[in-house]
Write a protein that binds this ligand. Structure first.
Ligand SMILES: [Zn+2]
Ligand SMILES: [Zn+2]
Length: 154
């Protein structure tokens, strides 16, 4: 029972296919384009540069507080189900024993409301990596390329 539980959580994209992100350095929000899995245009990198402050961080450090909270929330029912299945498996095949599962079993983690992604911010395409556009707040005048960090004016 030491298996790692992996729970796929899908986060909403806006209507242009952008995902909201928060920079761990300047704590400002922007969006990056979410490529389909296996998209040949997607850059394979191990870090991204913040479009707003230009500081790089590893690819998995850009969650917004709302996304983290949401992911914690949605994993609750999945963990309940996992425990339920594991207990059922343990009792399966035990002679003379019948396990009746308790469908109301729960750790009591509440499922959060689905996240909603509004269509805000404006698209900025870097001249050096045009396949990795970002969305930045409307008042932004200088943007750093997500992939290589070079600055360009918009
Ligand atoms: Zn930043
Ligand atoms: Zn670039």
């Amino acid at each position: 029972m030491n298996d790692e539980i992996r729970i796929p959580v899908s986060l909403p994209l806006d209507s242009d296919g952008f995902l909201r992100r928060e920079c761990p350095t300047c704590e400002r929000e922007f969006k990056w384009f979410s490529h389909e899995e296996g998209d040949a245009d997607a850059e394979v990198v191990d870090q991204y540069f913040c479009p707003l402050c230009g500081v790089a961080s590893s690819t998995d450090s850009w969650w917004t507080p709302a996304q983290l909270e949401y992911m914690n929330g949605v994993s609750g029912p999945a963990i309940d189900q996992y425990m339920q299945d594991s207990i059922e498996d343990m009792f399966k095949g035990v002679k003379g024993m019948k396990f009746k599962s308790n469908k109301s079993f729960t750790f009591g983690i509440e499922t959060p409301d689905a996240l909603v992604e509004p269509d805000d911010m404006m698209i900025a395409e870097s001249p050096c990596h045009p396949h990795e556009p970002v969305k930045v707040p409307d008042e932004t005048t200088k943007v750093h390329c997500l992939v290589c960090g070079s600055a360009f004016a918009i």
